[in-house]
Design a protein around this ligand. Structure first.
Ligand code: PAF
Length: 283
């Protein structure tokens, strides 16, 4: 596996592959790889000649007081996993390489509306940070396809919209959330949970699945379903940020006749901010 921190070296290697007509698949990550990331890499292998993975804990997408400093960094283990999976190139830029003028002064990408609701309302600037780094990485790697997990559903929507509106010639592939046996969505932040919180954590997915069942069987009382879920989470020790039923296509509030819905939630449990979602094709 070829590895570099340098944009110059990355570009020269990619140029060779492109000249040889190789199709490139790209998986951007912040490292601390788990089975969810590895599923993306595995899928990438099946869809292109060369697989490029980036590891960069992007300061621009963390707010003040969030976990940027403590975010788990496990580069040696990540490198071993990616090597074992036959990844062709690992790009591990430094902060200075990606933001040479400093993060405050750097040019940014904003996705209005979609980037400001749900997680964007609680984490102002988060999706601007995500869109900016992903746009930069797309410009550097220029892949044919890029793969993202559906656990970060709003992030996926933000990236899809950015790709469409900024005319990136890149196909975005979305992969299903990979879960622990008890339903908890895999996430690097799960490691912040104590043993007791880890036992509580699957409740987040359970409340979403309960709402999904109700919607499938015809309930349209969105507000009561959301409120009951928030109460259930809070009385179990979570601090629910939101539980929301939204339209799949644009994450806006659904009307009773909308059929393609997604229930999304974010909640703090101890020092971990957990997110999850369930898509529903209602009757
Ligand atoms: O999902 C992530 O790990 C990050 O938000 C991403 C897409 C790599 C951008 O930093």
């Amino acid at each position: 596996m070829f590895e570099t921190e340098s944009i110059f070296t990355l570009r020269s290697q990619l140029r060779e592959w492109r000249l040889a007509q190789q199709r490139l698949a790209f998986v951007p990550t912040m490292g601390n790889l788990h089975a969810g990331h590895l599923r993306l890499v595995e899928a990438a292998r099946g869809k292109a000649d060369k697989v490029v993975v980036s590891i960069f804990v992007n300061p621009l997408q963390f707010g003040v007081g969030e976990d940027f400093a403590n975010y788990p960094r496990t580069l040696d283990d990540d490198r071993q996993s990616l090597k074992a999976m036959g990844v062709d190139l690992l790009f591990v830029p430094t902060e200075v390489e990606l933001y040479p003028v400093g993060q405050e002064s750097t040019t940014r990408v904003q996705v209005p509306d979609l980037g400001d609701i749900l997680c964007g309302a609680t984490r102002p600037g988060h999706f601007e940070g995500v869109a900016t780094v992903v746009a930069k990485l797309f410009n550097l790697v220029q892949p044919d396809i890029a793969l993202f997990g559906k656990k970060d559903y709003q992030q996926l929507m933000v990236i899809r919209r950015m790709v469409s509106e900024l005319n990136f010639p890149i196909k975005i592939v979305a992969m299903d959330t990979v879960r622990e046996q008890d339903g908890l969505a895999m996430s690097s932040r799960n490691r912040y949970l104590t043993a007791e919180q880890r036992n509580q954590a699957p409740l987040l997915n359970q409340v979403l699945r309960h709402i999904a069942d109700k919607l499938r069987s015809g309930s349209r009382d969105f507000m009561s379903l959301q409120t009951a879920a928030i109460e259930q989470l809070n009385s179990a020790g979570f601090r629910a940020d939101y539980v929301e039923i939204r339209r799949c296509r644009d994450l806006q509030l659904p009307r009773p006749e909308d059929r393609e819905l997604v229930v999304l939630a974010a909640a703090q449990l101890g020092s971990a901010r957990l997110i999850d979602n369930v898509e529903i094709q209602a009757e």
